[in-house]
Design a protein around this ligand. Structure first.
Ligand code: 13P
Ligand code: SF4
Length: 324
């Protein structure tokens, strides 16, 4: 989105299927202010697929899954990147484009997976499994990435694991992602015990109940869900892969077994598809609002910084992933 000729009034059409008209006045002032601030500050907004539709469809310049946001962050030429997502995403953007000011509107936007593992845990695992490469999910701190051989996302985990040409890898910290990938490859995968607090709550019974209530519904699940849940789904993939699936297959009705805002964002693009919406909210993603994006740009808050020695090593792990 260029932002040059847009205004909140002209943007409402885009989201009117998912934002009631009565709610729009709450957003429009912030949207106009953000569009203006982006021009003044030469800033771009990168938004994850779990951001609310008024952010995703009305102020973001670049949207996508974790992998796409990392790739696109590297190419940003603007002076300022506002990351509408969680802290590890902002850190990844800073790692890949260190000369830019990278802002996260709320420093508390964390992630249960990132919180589940420390650099010291990885050092201990290396002692326990000498010579076994460490593949780290991007949903981790830069300090954890710095202890890793290579990163992965849900969009490229299998390719990353297989690119190493070894019989065994440690894949951290998401136990369920590791188990789901293990089913697709001959590489032995040693997992950690971290979980996404949003996806771990879905159960196989949830899926069976959805199918019973909505016969014929297509079920797409994120691979952070437990393997028993993925086994009940028609397809599992990253947030971008789920979105692409809807665009490609155009199911009559679909349920996205993932964070709530994803369905709103994809529904905007596909008016002919019926979205069934049992979902779980990510409290971290929901910390980002139009209000704090606006104040991030007004006050230059909160700039992401990474210790240079940590950054150099963490960048290597992310760049190795991007080279796969
Ligand atoms: P994607 O990489 O599939 O976008 O998902 C990551 C995630 O759960 C972000 O919280
Ligand atoms: Fe972390 Fe899960 Fe939230 Fe993604 S959805 S940021 S993995 S807690």
């Amino acid at each position: 989105m260029s932002g040059m000729t847009l205004s909140a009034a002209s943007l409402y059409d885009r989201v009117q299927r998912v934002i009631p008209a009565i709610e729009w006045p709450v957003f429009s002032d912030d949207i106009d202010a953000i569009l203006k601030l982006k021009r003044e500050r030469n800033a771009v907004i990168l938004a994850h697929n779990y951001q609310t539709p008024e952010i995703f469809h009305c102020v973001a310049d670049i949207v996508g899954d974790s992998l796409a946001l990392a790739r696109k962050a590297m190419e940003v030429e603007a002076d300022v990147i506002v990351l509408a997502g969680v802290h590890f995403m902002a850190e990844t953007a800073k790692l890949l484009n260190p000369s830019k000011t990278v802002l996260i509107p709320d420093m508390r936007a964390g992630c249960s997976l990132a919180d589940s593992i420390t650099p010291q845990d990885i050092r201990l695992l290396r002692q326990r499994y000498p010579g076994v490469p460490v593949v780290t999910y991007v949903n981790t701190s830069a300090a954890v990435k710095a202890e890793s051989d290579i990163c992965c996302t849900s969009g490229n985990a299998k390719a990353v694991v297989e690119s190493l040409g070894v019989p065994r890898v440690l894949m951290l910290p998401d136990e369920y992602l590791a188990q789901n990938i293990a089913k697709q490859t001959d590489v032995e995968i040693i997992a950690w015990k971290g979980h996404c607090e949003v996806h771990e709550r879905f159960t196989p019974e949830d899926i069976r109940e959805m199918r019973a209530a909505h016969p014929g519904v297509t079920v797409l699940a994120h691979p952070e869900c437990p393997p028993e849940v993925v086994a009940e789904a028609d397809f599992a993939g990253s947030t971008a892969a789920m979105s692409d699936y809807v665009g490609r297959e155009k199911p009559a009705s679909v349920v996205l077994v993932t964070e709530c805002s994803m369905s709103d964002n994809v529904a905007v693009e596909h008016p002919d598809v019926e979205f069934i919406r049992p979902c779980n909210l990510c409290p971290h993603m929901k910390r980002i609002t139009l209000g704090n994006i606006r104040s991030a740009l007004e006050r230059n808050e909160h700039a992401v910084t990474i210790d240079p020695t940590v950054a150099a090593r963490a960048r290597l792990a992310v760049e190795r992933m991007l080279a796969v």
